[in-house]
Write a protein that binds this ligand. Structure first.
Ligand code: S3P
Length: 472
């Protein structure tokens, strides 16, 4: 088996994040910090290189280079597309020379057909689900698999509708889970009904339909992040949105040579939260952030509750996304509680729930983050892990039905807190810790590399004292 290129090797996560909180090292009242490219847009832009008719060389500028996006690279190479990282840019050259990848052990993989590529997507559900869609639309057979955590996450959300459109996707192990064998192209024009709001599921189905040029009507319960719709529309595919559905008419599309990725609003949320939690008078600016409304829930909920957050310098870039500067002034002095009680808002902050919960723990009132059942199917059951992480600080966060009830006002203390190897939990904990006097150790906190490799640097730029300490 060939030696893995440096950038395909798993990023180390065996380190803690150590935060010395309560002290602000900030010399200037107005500060600008940058955050990496959007993870979701990066996944979609990379996968555009595998769409039928894509250019033989596709440049993705400002891609997110965290572990979740890197998880897609070996699979692409196994399919004859060769991504190379040049600075912050990913260049994908497609020459059709497939590079076989190591097969992850699985009791049921003895029976997989060895004449098709084996595609390991590591721990990234977006990589797995979007890739399954692209394969099902482009008529390429492959086994798609993932790590032990991903093998427990639901794939039937998109496999069932894809099979209704005529794909032939079989579970090789446990029903509804990875690994799957994808054969046969979607070819039956139909209306399919998604059972969950997952943007990954909707995107997988939409990518399959567009890749195959197959008219399809995709009904969905929630209008969650719409990066796939925007990107495909920017490529010229005719999509119509009606309430509860997106319709594709089978029209052609052209993948451009260059796709620009705006900065990730889910990552911008951490420095913004650090600023708000400190409550220092002053201004923080995060430029070039994706301002897609389906991603701005964290900022909007806090803004509605009284935080001073604004958007400036808006433009539309080549991925069809609105981008601009997020500006936050002051702290949380006018905010007593936050409330999320409708599905679209929840989906607009789905990855920020742990962060919103710890922010809510610093507010005086009782907050509610509801409609969040899907969080049980993330890298961890994030309702439970958020509550347990927050409890380690002394916060009162209860899992109640489909959400989290946060009883604000409890005294919080620094200490050792768990991250459960979940990047969003780790970064939420480390962000809360910067506002608490004393030392906090976020166990295994370096798993932030999954989505935000430069997390500690960014929080340091805002004024935090935070280091990554390898485990001995
Ligand atoms: C993503 C969608 C969300 C989000 C994930 C990325 C995407 O997951 O939590 O981080 O890229 O479409 P679901 O689609 O499962 O809700």
């Amino acid at each position: 088996m060939p030696e893995l290129p440096e950038y395909d090797k798993p990023l180390t996560t065996s380190a803690d994040l150590v935060v010395d909180g309560g002290r602000l090292r900030r010399g200037t009242p107005s500060l600008t910090v940058e955050v990496p490219g959007d993870k979701s847009v990066s996944h979609r832009a990379l996968l555009a290189a595998l769409l039928p008719g894509a250019p033989s060389r596709l440049t993705v500028r400002n891609a997110n280079l965290g572990g979740a996006v890197r998880a897609l690279l070996p699979a692409m190479r196994a399919l004859g597309a060769h991504p190379v990282i040049e600075g912050g840019t990913l260049v994908v050259e497609r020459d059709g020379t497939a590079v076989p990848q190591p097969v992850r052990a699985h009791p049921d993989l003895d029976h997989w057909p060895h004449d098709v590529p084996y595609l390991d997507t590591g721990g990234s559900s977006a990589a797995a689900r979007l890739l399954i869609g692209v394969l099902a639309g482009s008529g390429r057979s492959a086994v798609v698999d993932g790590d032990d955590v991903l093998r427990h996450r639901p794939m039937d959300w998109l496999v069932t509708p894809l099979n209704q459109l005529g794909a032939d996707i079989a579970y090789l192990g446990e029903p509804g889970r990875l690994p799957v064998l994808v054969r046969g192209t979607v070819h039956r024009s139909a209306t399919v009904e998604l059972t969950v709001g997952s943007a990954q599921a909707r995107s997988g189905v939409l990518l399959a339909a567009v890749a195959a040029g197959l008219p399809a009507d995709i009904r969905h319960p929630v209008r969650s992040r719409d990066h796939t719709e925007r990107m495909l529309a920017a490529f010229g595919a005719r999509l119509t949105e009606v309430p509860g559905a997106v319709r594709y008419d089978g029209s052609p599309y052209t993948v451009p040579d260059v796709i620009d990725v705006p900065a990730d609003p889910s990552l911008a949320a951490y420095p913004v939260a650090a600023q708000l939690l400190w409550g220092e008078a002053g201004e923080l600016r995060v430029p070039d952030v994706c301002l897609n409304p389906t991603r701005l829930g964290f900022f909007e909920v806090l803004r509605r509750a009284g935080a001073d957050i604004a958007y400036q310098d808006e433009r539309v870039d080549s991925s069809g996304e609105r981008a601009g500067t997020i500006v936050v002034r002051g702290g949380l002095e006018d905010v007593t509680a936050v409330r999320v009680d409708e599905p679209a808002t929840l989906h607009a902050l789905i990855d920020e729930v742990p962060l919103l919960a710890v922010v809510a723990a610093r507010l005086p009132g009782t907050s509610w983050i509801g409609c969040a059942e899907e969080l049980r199917f993330k890298e961890t059951d994030r309702l439970t892990t958020t509550a347990r992480m927050a409890a380690a600080f002394g916060a009162h966060v209860e899992v109640a039905g489909d959400g989290l009830k946060v009883l604000g006002g409890a005294p919080l203390t620094a200490g050792t807190v768990p991250a459960f190897e979940d990047h969003r939990i780790a970064m939420a904990a480390a962000t809360l810790a910067v506002s608490l006097p004393g030392r906090t150790t976020v166990s295994g906190g370096a798993c932030h590399h999954t989505s935000f490799p430069g997390f500690a640097d960014t929080q340091r730029a805002v004024g935090a004292t935070i280091t990554e300490v390898p485990r001995t």
